[in-house]
Write a protein that binds this ligand. Sequence first.
Ligand SMILES: N[C@@H](CCC(=O)N[C@@H](CS)C(=O)NCC(=O)O)C(=O)O
Length: 302
Amino acid sequence: MTESFSIDREADAAGRFARQASAFRDWAAETAPGRHHLYASYACPWAHRTLIVRRLKGLEDVVGVSFVHPFRDERGWAFPGGEHRDELHDWDFLADAYDATDPTFEGRVTVPVVWDRDERRIVNNESADIVRMLNAWGAEGPDLYPEGLRDEIDAVNELVYANVNDGVYRTGFAKSQEAYEESFSALFATLAELEERLGSQRYLVGDRITEADWRLFTTLVRFDAVYYVHFRCNGRRLVDHPSLWAYARELYQVPGVAETVRFDEIKRHYYTTHDMLNPKRIVPAGPLDMDWDAPHGRGRAR
Ligand SMILES: N[C@@H](CCC(=O)N[C@@H](CS)C(=O)NCC(=O)O)C(=O)O
């Protein structure tokens, strides 16, 4: 067993969780039906972005997808069968894709991954790149990274990534009280800032939904079910932020998006996979008070 499969998490000397950099960052400017295949997990917020963009850009018949099982042990993401099988190679583990691409790869095996069937290798395993490739490949649906808004989208992404997307992980995987409090404060300060912003505008950037919104959404949708409890992000719940909660419901209700949200897999993954946080692997039954289909009321002038 290599070190790369350790379940424990990396941390710096002060106990701060440090996410590894993605290893495969090639850019595929175009695709052809069946050429690229996505490896994803319904549980993972980074993979979730790519599933949403694949759906919204009408790429479901162009880019195939295989789903890993939500439970992950020291062998990494697996394809035990049924709904969770590798549609292309019948591999047992996602590590096989990394191995086939670079036998010397020693990092953590992560989702999402875009596999190139012609070149028989991973092209890219960084969700930020993958959403942009999918956005460029898909002829349908809105442009999620429009030319004139790119600087502003990049700026919002940076804040949301550091303090919210990665922030919940840094809070949950902190190995010291100081590291925990540092990311906890940044997380809730940023959520307060976003709450205010979304009180006066409908979306994060401009007057339309962009990739910035989907990148925030996949963390928000997991917040009360997982991060509030499992990662000790218990400052406030999503439902305690009226604008953010209505905004998240609006995004959830965009046609096609709800089908990408699998609360069963999300909860099962987090609560059964991180034994250092939840050794008995009991999956909390709540929340019981969130109606994602309730009217969001975001269309009104503000
Ligand atoms: N920067 C990567 C991060 C992906 C990532 O960390 N994915 C997690 C799942 S939520 C993973 O596969 N973790 C496996 C592991 O750490 O062993 C991206 O955005 O694509």
